[in-house]
Design a protein around this ligand. Structure first.
Ligand code: 13P
Ligand code: SF4
Length: 396
């Protein structure tokens, strides 16, 4: 039996340094912290976070997505995938402040699902999601016009991945659609295709083409030919009216740059390197990677699969590195060998924006009665986005 070794990879300061050097308006919402951040070298950061959290008591509820750094996860009241965190946020009406350690679209969803008297805080406003930014409200409105002109809008139900802005969620709610996450995408598509209206025979899936394609083909038995890709940067999405009419799944041309790094070569290499390895990947990976994997699922699914794995089993995981490293360390003593699927380091740089200094700053500000970095969705957007999110929460 191979002895499992803890992964010894630290977040590379280089990627963050480059990111922080200038603003990238496509993937970030400003990189300047509007307050005085404690120095990362401050030896009291942990004690300060603890003290501020204790002072706030039940007034604050800290949510941590599985891709967050260890130093942040330590202070999370709950951890989870996007679906679990949305539910957890909605289930805490008593908490005055929700501190969301995740990315912007998750904090927006928490604001939509919590009461008007609750305030959602994102410790670093630069924690965006490049995939969510690949579909803007204007582009999606234009796409709907294209579908209308082709005579297919009436037959189309939008299904939007949680990784989208509140505007896109509102569009989805307004047009009778639902939100999905990587843990309920099949249920969302079943719902969309089976609304009792024979004319509803198409889905516009936003913004992750890979999750849409993987769910349609792998879980629902559709063919690759049933899927077309709408490119918002081409006139008419780069599709003819005939192609739109023939398609069952109209996939938005968006993707996750982190999961996009995994390739068929990564899968073949790891199988050659570690005989008997189980390949487990997130459904945001490309179709060829998902097709070659043994198991596919959300971050929560990945954790549960590794919890249930027998001692001595070997796993190559295709998802963000903070999570994989944490799992490798956690299960090393149980003799489960867990490696990262790719050879190169693969953190989500925007998830990594939330670090201990930002968390301390946010908690101490709240403890001093000052709400910082509040994420607030305007009421009209919120009402339609909520409709779509509530449809998701009510999925069977
Ligand atoms: P999960 O819903 O699986 O946690 O995924 C969220 C995400 O952003 C993956 O890139
Ligand atoms: Fe967005 Fe990808 Fe980061 Fe998830 S991992 S938050 S999809 S960029």
């Amino acid at each position: 039996m191979t002895t499992a070794q803890p992964l010894d990879v630290q977040p590379t300061p280089l990627a963050l340094l480059l990111l922080g050097r200038e603003a990238d308006p496509r993937s970030e919402r400003g990189v300047e912290c509007p307050g005085d951040l404690p120095a990362p070298s401050d030896p009291d950061l942990v004690a300060r976070a603890r003290a501020a959290k204790e002072k706030l008591g039940d007034k604050v509820f800290v949510l941590g997505h599985h891709y967050q750094r260890d130093e942040v996860i330590e202070f999370a009241d709950v951890t989870g995938d996007s679906f679990k965190l949305a539910r957890d946020a909605a289930a805490r009406p008593d908490a005055e402040y929700i501190v969301f350690c995740g990315v912007h679209f998750m904090a927006e969803s928490a604001d939509i699902l919590t009461g008007d008297d609750q305030q959602v805080v994102l410790p670093d406003l630069a924690a965006g999601c490049s995939m969510a930014d690949m579909a803007t409200a204007e582009q999606v409105a234009e796409c709907w016009d294209v579908l209308t002109e082709a005579g297919v809008a009436e037959a189309t139900v939008p299904v939007s991945y949680m990784n989208s802005s509140a505007d896109i969620k509102a569009f989805t709610g307004k047009h009778g659609g639902t939100i999905c996450t990587s843990s309920n995408a099949k249920r969302a598509l079943d719902w969309a295709f089976g609304q009792g209206e024979p004319r509803h025979n198409k889905v516009l899936f936003l913004p992750d083409q890979h999750l849409g394609r993987n769910t349609a083909v792998r879980d629902m038995g559709m063919s690759l030919e049933d899927c077309v890709v709408y490119n918002p940067h081409k006139p008419g999405g780069g599709l003819t009216a005939e192609e739109l009419r023939a398609a069952k799944m109209i996939l938005w041309r968006g993707h996750c740059s982190v999961h996009g790094r995994f390739s068929l070569d990564s899968v073949n290499d790891v199988r050659a390197r570690i005989p008997g390895v189980n390949v487990l990947v997130h459904p945001e990976c490309k179709h060829e990677v998902v097709a070659a994997a043994d198991y596919v699922g959300s971050t929560e699914y990945i954790i549960k699969a590794l919890e249930a794995a027998p001692a001595g089993s070997k796993w190559a995981i295709g998802t963000e590195l903070n999570l994989v490293r944490r799992l490798a360390n956690r299960f090393a003593d149980e003799g489960k060998e867990i490696v990262f699927l790719d050879k190169t380091v693969c953190f989500c740089s925007t998830m990594n924006r939330i670090d201990l200094p930002h968390l301390v700053w946010a908690l101490e500000s709240l403890a001093a009665g000052k709400v910082v970095n509040r994420i607030q969705v305007d009421p009209e957007t919120e009402s339609f986005a909520k409709l779509a999110l509530e449809r998701m929460l009510a999925l069977p």
